[in-house]
Design a protein around this ligand. Structure first.
Ligand code: NDP
Ligand code: 2IT
Length: 446
């Protein structure tokens, strides 16, 4: 980190004690902003960094609900409305037992720059709860979502703050939350949430968007070296929304995806992942990846614990969660000759892993650029809701592809302009930051 940034960074760490993931996300950005701060002294004079690192509003609330056994349960809900200089706060909701303020703040902070990169008028925010959906009945999930929304409805709206899904929140949860929001407000504000069902305001392609966008970005990045996914062996971690649709698009482009995983372990399928079977197990039956192996036959093996990064592949797409790919995993991938790593999850590579990829010269794409297709298509859903329109799959997918290519090219050009050719982290951070910084200054002391 350059000297002109360390003072601001130290203050931010001191003001936000105990939030390791937030510190990590801030550091990743600050490490790359030196040249842009030197070229633009107005950013330092106007304390833009300090302002961007302080959320505009942080809401923490009690979520009481009753389980199937009639016991009262209490969870903690969060919504961090980080920055609205470019548009209404926009970002997902995560339901996972590991959720605390530091996780929501890291995700909200990343979201500011990611949303800026999409080119759409959306600010950054994130929310969620320390609720564990695993093993909960459909009725329990519904009651939890209703209670969560009963408080959240006070703070969101189509022009204010527009949540969507993230880990543990998919179409089912968005449905229960949208129903409760309508009931409380007596308004059909379709644009208050994205990721809705197709018959009640949802957009075609939103379900697939993050995974599809990730693969479109990866293909374009490979193309800068005269390569393509066709015929490449690919490791994907996770088996949720992002992992599944990344698998689908990678297969469509001729890649061979040979892994998936969940928190219990990982699968290697030498014949390539059978996506229909994986969807059946995960989406319809809400099962585990070990159930996939039981039905798949001899090409697939399940390994309890561990991670997919020791499997020899050409391309690695981490699509599960933060810090799932560490320095040792990066070393294993590099030893096995990996060519490209692109993040489907938010901050899945630890700082050691990122450094190893950058030093080795392999292609590496940070999540705020490569996984932006999900929120970009949420932005397209908001556009459709605002105009009471609904677009075809093909039209929406073309728009997504265009946005991903623009993000790729913007990152590539910005990295070049700031003297770090090929460094997508530098390109994404600087390009994402400049737009927000200029908007913050233009709007006065906000
Ligand atoms: P899902 O809930 O659909 O799937 C999450 C997957 O990751 C599951 O396979 C889950 O396994 C695994 N996982 C989650 N937490 C852990 C953990 N602590 N350790 C090991 N495995 C874990 O979530 P998504 O696919 O939507 O999200 C995946 C990642 O992509 C997240 O980082 C999210 O922030 C990011 N992302 C999502 C977008 C979206 O549109 N949905 C957009 C952009 C980024 P298990 O079931 O065992 O927990
Ligand atoms: O991390 C993300 O970009 C998301 N979870 C999607 C957010 C959104 O508003 O669609």
């Amino acid at each position: 980190m350059e000297a002109n940034l360390t003072q601001a960074y130290d203050q931010i760490i001191a003001r936000n004690p105990g939030e390791a993931e937030f510190h990590q996300a801030v550091r990743e950005v600050f490490d790359t902003l030196g040249p842009v701060m030197s070229r633009n002294p107005q950013y330092t004079e106007a304390a833009v960094l300090e302002r961007i690192c302080e959320p505009e509003r942080q809401i923490i609330f009690r979520v009481p609900w009753m389980d199937d056994a009639g016991r009262v349960q209490i969870n903690r809900g969060f919504r961090v409305e980080f920055n609205s200089a470019l548009g209404p706060y926009k970002g997902g909701l995560r339901f996972h037992p590991s959720v605390y303020l530091g996780i929501i703040k890291f995700l909200g902070f990343e979201q500011i720059f990611k949303n800026s990169l999409t080119g759409l008028p959306i600010g950054g925010g994130k929310g969620g709860a320390d609720f564990d959906p695993h093993g909960r009945s459909d009725g329990e999930i519904m009651r939890f979502c209703q209670s969560f929304m009963t408080e959240l409805a006070n703070h969101i709206g189509p022009q204010t703050d527009v949540p969507a899904g993230d880990i543990g929140v998919g179409g089912r949860e968005i449905g229960y939350m949208f129903g409760q929001y309508r009931r409380i407000t007596n308004r059909y504000d379709a644009g208050v949430l994205t990721g809705k069902g197709l018959t009640w305001g949802g957009s075609l392609v939103r379900t697939e968007a993050t995974g599809y966008g990730l693969v479109i970005f990866t293909e374009r990045m490979l193309r800068t070296r005269g390569l393509s996914l066709d015929g490449m062996r690919i490791a994907i971690s996770g088996s949720g929304n992002v992992a599944m649709y990344a698998t689908e698009k990678a297969q469509e482009l001729g890649g061979k995806v040979i892994t998936c995983s969940d928190s219990s372990g990982y699968v290697v399928d030498k014949a390539g992942i059978d996506l229909e079977l994986l969807k059946q197990v995960k989406e319809l039956e809400r099962g585990r990846v070990s159930d996939y192996v039981m039905r798949r036959g001899p090409s697939a093996t399940f390994v309890p614990g561990g991670s997919v990064w020791g499997v020899p592949v050409d391309v690695a797409l981490p699509c599960a969660t933060q810090n799932e790919l560490d320095g040792d995993a990066a070393a294993a991938l590099l030893t096995n000759g990996v060519t490209a790593v692109a993040e489907g999850a938010n901050m899945p590579c630890t700082p050691d892993a990122v450094t190893a990829f950058q030093k080795s010269g392999v292609l590496y794409a940070p999540g705020k650029a490569s996984n932006a297709g999900g929120v970009a298509t949420s932005g397209l859903e908001m556009q459709q809701n605002a105009s009471r329109d609904s677009w075809s799959f093909e039209y929406t997918e073309n728009k997504l592809a265009e946005i991903m290519k623009n993000i790729h090219d913007t990152c590539e050009q910005t990295a070049e302009e700031y003297g770090h050719p090929g460094d997508y982290m530098v390109g994404a951070n600087i390009a994402g930051f400049i737009k927000v910084a200029d908007a913050v200054i233009a709007q006065g002391l906000i």
